[in-house]
Design a protein around this ligand. Structure first.
Ligand SMILES: [Zn+2]
Length: 310
């Protein structure tokens, strides 16, 4: 009996090891898949974008950046549309363009991820918008690479919005969100707006002091979905349950009945570099891009099977 007992324990040990060898790598793979966003590559793109200099709507450097983004997107196999429009602004009629990269799924309904790529115009100092304008464009571009070859049921659109910033110093009336308002008007006139099940907006998410609060101007079930994903990934310290109310490119979508969320790092503190000459690469970090990229990827996967998007 002791021998048998001995043999039993060896068999149990062997079975346990076999179990470990089967379970452990698959758990490891699952974690790897959940943290696959390449923040370092996105950060390299952010630096490249900042090298174009100040990039306000209608400027030559923004047109150069747009051409570069479209060339990068082509390599992901996405269907690319450039939607040119010329709104009237306090500085006259300015040529602007949204870039839309489409990743078709089995269904025609759409999950949209967007962010602005223009920077605010300042005449009294050089503003390069590393975080404000640079980080959103860089995150979307890397997201396009990550989505290449990924299986998803819903169709994904990645949208680089032009003209988010007010042309005047103050954010007043219709002098802001030119690209998002144009997109909502166009989609509602061609009957496509109802295809969008959810819109995730990213803004200033390269901030090295990343702190994203629950925006009360966003759609609350979508806020719950995205914050649940963030907390599940262990990112609660970057996504606290504190509330804020922000006006941004999600407003035109929410106002038109499209569920939308703004993921924006807090810019209200006294030492914030928001809209100053210090919004530079030095105040951004690859880790912040990784965190937000992972949260967006996890949220897309959750939304792909959510009852809210069926
Ligand atoms: Zn701004």
């Amino acid at each position: 009996m002791p021998k048998l007992k001995h043999r039993t324990s060896w068999i149990a040990l062997a079975a346990f090891c076999l179990l470990l060898s089967v379970v452990a790598p698959s758990r490891h793979r699952a974690q790897g898949a959940a943290s696959s966003f390449n923040g370092d590559r996105a950060f390299a793109d952010l630096k490249h974008i900042v090298d174009y200099g100040p990039r306000p709507a209608g400027s030559a450097p923004l047109a150069d950046e747009r051409r570069w983004i479209e060339a990068q997107l082509k390599e992901t196999g996405a269907q690319i549309d450039e939607d040119d429009f010329t709104p009237s602004t306090p500085a006259g009629n300015l040529p602007m363009a949204n870039i839309i990269a489409r990743f078709p799924g089995a269904q025609s309904h759409v999950l949209m991820v967007s962010g602005h790529y223009d920077t605010k115009r300042f005449s009294d100092f050089r503003f390069v918008g590393a975080n404000d304008g640079g980080s959103s464009a860089a995150l979307l571009l890397e997201l396009a690479r990550e989505l290449k070859g990924r299986k998803h049921d819903l169709t994904y659109w990645l949208v680089f919005l032009d003209g988010e910033e007010a042309v005047r110093t103050e954010w007043e009336g219709n002098d802001n969100t030119y690209g998002s308002r144009h997109m909502v008007e166009k989609l509602s006139s061609n009957g496509e707006l109802g295809r969008i099940d959810a819109m995730i907006l990213v803004d200033m998410i390269g901030d090295s002091h990343l702190l994203i609060k629950r925006d009360t101007n966003s759609t609350q079930w979508l806020v719950d979905t995205v914050f649940n994903a963030a907390h599940r990934l262990g990112y609660a310290k970057y996504f606290p349950d504190d509330k804020t109310a922000v006006d941004d490119d999600h407003n035109p979508f929410v106002n038109a009945g499209v569920p939308a969320i703004d993921l924006i790092s807090d810019f209200s503190s006294r030492d914030s570099v928001w809209h100053t000459a210090n919004d530079t690469v030095q105040h951004c970090s690859p880790e912040s891009l990784t965190v937000v990229g992972n949260v967006v990827l996890a949220s897309l996967a959750d939304l792909d099977k959510s009852p809210h998007t069926r």
